[in-house]
Design a protein around this ligand. Structure first.
Ligand SMILES: NCC(=O)CCC(=O)O
Ligand SMILES: [Mg+2]
Length: 329
């Protein structure tokens, strides 16, 4: 071995913590994270969700306490989702935009008490729809695109009035980003941002979320509007359209099985990319941790880092609060 010389020894850059830190390329910071929060009507409620240990449905009074405790640890962006009582659901999702609706009251309460909080709001019909679909369902079961846009526009406008900072259409109807942008601009909300669910796949990983909101489709599936997990070219078309229609962020959802999509969109488009680390991804980690099979902190840190490395700027994740609290990032 005496005359053996190896020019390249990558291990030299791993030999001490100082050097490892010096060459570290990516970081996950609290400022990258958006924390989804579930809301339920009533008072003093903090309901557990069986498939999402550590995540709750809050009544507005408790929601405010939760937001405050997040703000105190530097978690400042929230995505709100409502659990609507079954008897209030209808074909046109009217609870989404009528005066005094649960969701609008929640947005107003958070913004009034914590103007510094950044509120992302969800635009899609499913939590309020008696059909459990993101769009309007025709008599023969078709999800109607253009008729839905009008409802989405009303939802977005009501949310902007209530104080939303970022409107996030999650419905996958064609043309909705441009439609919503136009409605917002016409009503003086040109500063309200749009985070488009650009590439939202028809995924099994949304199961626990549908339990949280009790919003599963009553009939059929979402394959005529959400994307086929086998495809990546469609994601590029969606991203091009959303960019042209005025989106401020392009989101990929789910995240873990779609890191290649995050990477492609980040390389080919100049808008910031958001990744949605969805409920099923959260549930997988929690179940393993409960069985003692995975180290939660290291696992969560590595998952979030993978999304950052792939190119996500913002990460919507149910792990957000615990990750900051426990210094997993
Ligand atoms: N529009 C938001 C979602 O569908 C979230 C899905 C999840 O967390 O599984
Ligand atoms: Mg689209």
């Amino acid at each position: 071995m005496e005359n053996f010389s190896m020019l390249n020894r990558p291990r030299r850059n791993r030999k001490s913590a100082v050097i490892r830190n010096m060459v570290q390329e990516n970081y996950v910071q609290a400022s990258n994270l958006i924390f989804p929060l579930f809301i339920v009507d009533g008072e003093k409620k903090k309901e557990t969700i069986a498939s999402m240990p550590g995540i709750y449905r809050y009544s507005i009074d408790n929601l405010l306490k939760e937001v405050e405790s997040c703000l105190n640890i530097g978690l400042k962006a929230f995505d709100l989702f409502p659990n609507i009582e079954e008897h209030l659901k209808d074909k046109t999702a009217s609870q989404a935009y009528i005066n005094g609706g649960l969701y609008l009251r929640a947005i107003e309460a958070v913004k009034k008490n914590f103007p510094e909080a950044c509120i992302v709001t969800d635009v899609a019909m499913d939590p309020y729809s008696s059909d459990g679909h993101d769009g309007l369902v025709s008599e023969d079961g078709e999800i109607l695109n253009d008729e839905t846009l009008e409802i989405l526009g009303k939802m977005a406008l009501a949310q902007a009035h209530a104080g939303a900072d970022i409107i996030a259409p999650s419905d996958m109807m064609d043309g909705r980003v441009g439609y919503i942008r136009n409605v917002l601009d016409q009503h003086g909300f040109s500063n309200v941002s749009i985070m488009s669910y650009t590439a939202k796949y028809a995924s099994a990983f949304y199961g626990p979320f549908r339990e949280a909101l009790q919003s599963a489709p009553k009939a059929g599936d979402k394959k005529t509007y959400q994307m086929n997990p086998a495809n990546s070219k469609e994601a590029l078309i969606e991203a091009m359209l959303d960019t042209q229609e005025g989106a401020d962020f392009l989101m990929v959802k789910p995240a873990l099985a779609y890191l290649d999509i995050i990477k492609q969109l980040n390389e080919q488009f100049d808008l910031p990319i958001a990744a949605y680390n969805v409920s099923g991804e959260y549930a997988m980690v929690k179940a393993s941790v409960q069985n003692g099979w995975l180290d939660e902190g290291r696992t969560v840190g590595e998952i979030l880092m993978g999304m950052r490395r792939a190119g996500a700027t913002a990460i919507l994740t149910y792990h957000a609060k615990e990750a900051i609290q426990n210094k997993w990032i």
